[in-house]
Design a binder for this molecule. Structure first.
Ligand code: IMP
Ligand code: MG
Length: 179
C-alpha cells in the first residue's frame, strides 16, 4: 500500500483540485490572446500540467523538456543537462514554464536563461509547490500553488527514486524510507 510510505498528507486531492482551478483562472486572464507555449518540465510536472491546461480557457500549445541536474535523490547540483529539448521554437513566443516544485532554484535558473537566450517574448513560471527555505538561486515563480516546508515530498508527479508519482495527493515521505 502506497500510503504506508507517507508520514503526513500535505495537500489532499480536493485541495489540489481547488488550487489548480484558481491558478487556471488567473492564467486564463494573463494569457488571453497570447497563445502561450506551455512548457512542461518532465517528468514530475506532467500530472500538474495536464490538469492545469484544462483549467485554462484560452488558446495555448504544449511542449516538453526533460533536464537532469546531476545530484543525489534529494538535491540538484546546478549542472543541468538537456535530455530532451523542445520540439518548437520559442522565438517571439510567450512561454509559461510548468514545474512541480522549486527547491534550490538551480534547474529553473538554467531553463529561464536558456529560453531568454533563445529570444522568447516573455518567460513566466507556474509551480505547484514552492520550498522557499531551500533556495540558493534568485528564482521566484510568477504563480505558486502551495508553499511547503523543508521536507521531502512525493506524489502527484513528485518521485522518490522514480516511484510514488502516482499518489493522488502530496505527502511527506517517511524519513525511515531513506535513512
Ligand atoms: P531545484 O533545481 O533544486 O529547484 O530542483 C527542482 C527539482 O528537484 C524538482 O523539479 C524536483 O524534481 C526535485 N525536487 C526538489 N525537491 C523535491 C521534493 O521534495 N520531492 C521530490 N522531488 C523534489
Ligand atoms: Mg523535476
Amino acid at each position: 500500500m502506497l500510503d504506508n510510505y507517507i508520514a503526513e498528507v500535505l495537500v489532499s486531492p480536493e485541495e489540489l483540485k481547488e488550487t489548480i482551478q484558481k491558478l487556471g483562472e488567473k492564467l486564463t486572464v494573463e494569457y488571453q490572446d497570447k497563445n502561450p507555449l506551455v512548457i512542461c518540465i518532465l517528468k514530475g510536472a506532467i500530472f500538474f500540467m495536464t490538469d492545469l491546461v484544462r483549467a485554462m480557457n484560452c488558446d495555448l500549445e504544449v511542449d516538453f523538456m526533460d533536464v537532469s541536474s546531476y545530484g543525489d535523490a534529494f538535491e540538484s547540483s546546478g549542472q543541468v543537462r538537456i535530455l530532451k529539448d523542445l520540439d518548437q521554437s520559442v522565438k517571439d513566443r510567450h512561454i509559461l514554464i510548468v514545474e512541480d516544485i522549486i527547491d534550490t532554484g538551480r534547474t529553473l535558473a538554467y531553463i529561464v536563461e536558456l529560453l531568454k537566450h533563445r529570444q522568447a517574448a516573455s518567460v513566466k513560471i507556474v509551480t505547484l509547490l514552492d520550498k522557499p527555505e531551500r533556495r540558493v538561486m534568485a528564482i521566484e515563480a510568477d504563480y505558486v500553488g502551495v508553499e511547503v516546508p523543508n521536507k521531502f515530498v512525493v506524489g502527484y508527479g513528485l518521485d522518490y527514486k522514480q516511484g510514488l508519482r502516482n499518489l493522488p495527493y502530496i505527502g511527506v515521505l517517511k524519513p525511515e524510507m531513506y535513512e
